[in-house]
Design a binder for this molecule. Structure first.
Ligand SMILES: NC(=O)c1ccc[n+]([C@@H]2O[C@H](COP(=O)([O-])OP(=O)(O)OC[C@H]3O[C@@H](n4cnc5c(N)ncnc54)[C@H](OP(=O)(O)O)[C@@H]3O)[C@@H](O)[C@H]2O)c1
Length: 426
């Protein structure tokens, strides 16, 4: 048998896998592979961290020496499924440099290093696939790469983090406390090992960064755009949402605003009951794409958990059999979109103390509610001001976007409002 494993797959396309990690997703992949013998992919060795941990399969399958996999010429695919982004970076980089194809689900590592990893896969003529890193079972990256290649995509938005969506569903719709909801998400394998990554919005921001690369060809660090998580949402916010017939979801948005400007943010948002995203509950994720000719598409699927994530990893492994690679056409074509924080958002801000709300930052305020322990305003604010100022991230303050958050024609509306005021109409 010819096994040209240096830069290409063996001629038989037999996939010999070296797997890093045997946690929720790694074990899930092991089970899923056992159920798909037709794939002709076999696990040669699994590298884990703790050699003393009890495992569901015999000890001879494991090593804690990364080199046993990275230097093994029989292994032509490295599957990286560990929970340590720093170590994952070294593993993935070495594997690509050693001419091995790589499949990963590590959004934190990918978002932080995409530019370099893209260069390495090109230089060493290997594939680097990571569908499981973005919305787990939803095949969004391949769709953005292939289907929307020639279409004029105007926005991608949705619920991209399964554990926060699970927690919000349990709190807002079933009345569970935050701690209990988080514990359940952890027990079910939906949450990251470090749950702060989920609940503070970092994980969703990492996914938005990956989506921006495939949707609009822009590699953008998460620190360049506005994001937060769900920790500040209060029971009173949930009650108000319920009264108004709305739900609260953590939503990632990438949207063209004016000309070549791209707005990107991850923030809690009110959604109407009839919105497709309102019915995306528990660990499910949902994404809506909008484009000039195809109009609107809605993707929904499980966004966390052993088998849904393993299914995406398996799909990447299967794609290697026909030499599939992401082409990053939009990135290499250098589309002229630019990330911009020069746009306006309609926001709801509530606080236990009115003085914590910086009213000066608002262009104008549309609603105002003042009670001893429950104060809230609805107003229009510049995204750049939110990025620069942190008053809305103080304990006791929550900021939730309006159902249609991006406000256009602000200057016109300001002039119009002023003239109405002068005429004594308002
Ligand atoms: N869980 C999900 O629903 C989900 C969904 C999408 C993507 N992901 C991503 O998938 C990856 C794995 O997540 P998980 O939930 O499966 O994590 P997990 O259950 O915590 O398992 C992590 C595994 O990584 C191993 N490990 C950690 N550091 C290592 C190192 N330096 N070398 C070798 N092995 C190491 C651990 O070894 P020990 O067993 O010895 O401790 C463990 O087996 C993460 O990047 C995560 O973001 C997870």
């Amino acid at each position: 048998m010819s096994t040209n494993i240096k830069n290409n797959l063996p001629q038989t396309n037999q996939l010999t896998l070296g797997v890093f990690g045997f946690g929720v997703v790694g074990k899930g992949l092991y089970d899923v592979l056992k159920s798909t013998p037709a794939l002709q992919a076999s696990i040669h060795k699994i590298c884990i961290k703790n050699p003393d941990k009890k495992r569901a399969i015999p000890a001879e399958n494991f090593t804690n020496n990364a080199h046993e996999l990275l230097l093994d010429e029989n292994i032509n695919v490295i599957v990286e499924l560990i929970d340590d982004a720093e170590a994952a970076y070294t593993i993935v980089k070495t594997a690509l440099q050693n001419g091995k194809h790589v499949v990963s689900a590590n959004k934190k590592m990918i978002a932080a290093n995409l530019e370099e990893l893209l260069y390495l896969q090109k230089k060493h003529a290997v594939a680097f696939l990571y569908e499981g890193a973005c919305c787990a079972s939803i095949p969004i990256i391949r769709n953005l790469e292939e289907y929307y290649d020639n279409d004029l995509l105007s926005s991608v938005k949705g619920i991209v983090n399964g554990s926060t969506n699970y927690i919000l569903t349990k709190i807002l719709e079933e009345g569970l406390g935050f701690k209990d909801a988080l514990l359940q998400a952890q027990q079910l394998g939906f949450a990251e090992s470090n749950p702060a990554l989920d609940i503070e919005g970092h994980d969703a921001a990492n996914k938005l960064s990956i989506l921006l690369a495939h949707a609009f060809g822009k590699i953008i660090e998460t620190s360049a755009f506005l994001y937060s998580g769900i920790t500040s949402i209060k029971l009173s916010d949930a009650q108000l949402a319920k009264q108004k017939g709305l739900k609260i979801k953590l939503i990632a948005t990438a949207q063209k605003v004016e000309g070549n400007k791209l707005a990107a943010f991850v923030l809690p948002q009110f959604v109407e009951q009839h919105d497709e995203l309102a019915d995306v509950s528990n660990e499910f994720n949902g994404l809506i794409t909008e484009s000039s000719f195809a109009d609107k598409h809605f993707f929904k699927g499980k966004g966390a958990g052993a088998y849904p994530t393993a299914a995406a990893v398996l799909s990447d492994i299967a794609a290697l059999r026909y030499n599939y690679k992401y082409e990053y056409k939009k990135y290499y074509l250098q589309t002229d979109y630019e990330l911009s924080n020069d746009y306006y958002l309609k926001v709801f801000v509530s606080s236990n103390d009115i003085d914590k709300i910086n009213k000066e930052d608002f262009e104008w305020i549309e609603e105002w509610h003042n009670e001893a322990t429950n104060n809230w305003v609805v107003g229009i604010i510049h995204a750049g001001k939110l990025l620069e100022n942190n008053w809305w991230k103080q304990p006791g303050v929550s900021l939730i976007l309006n159902q249609n958050p991006i406000v256009t024609n602000v200057e016109y509306r300001k002039i119009n409002k002023k003239s109405l005021e002068l005429a004594g109409v308002v």
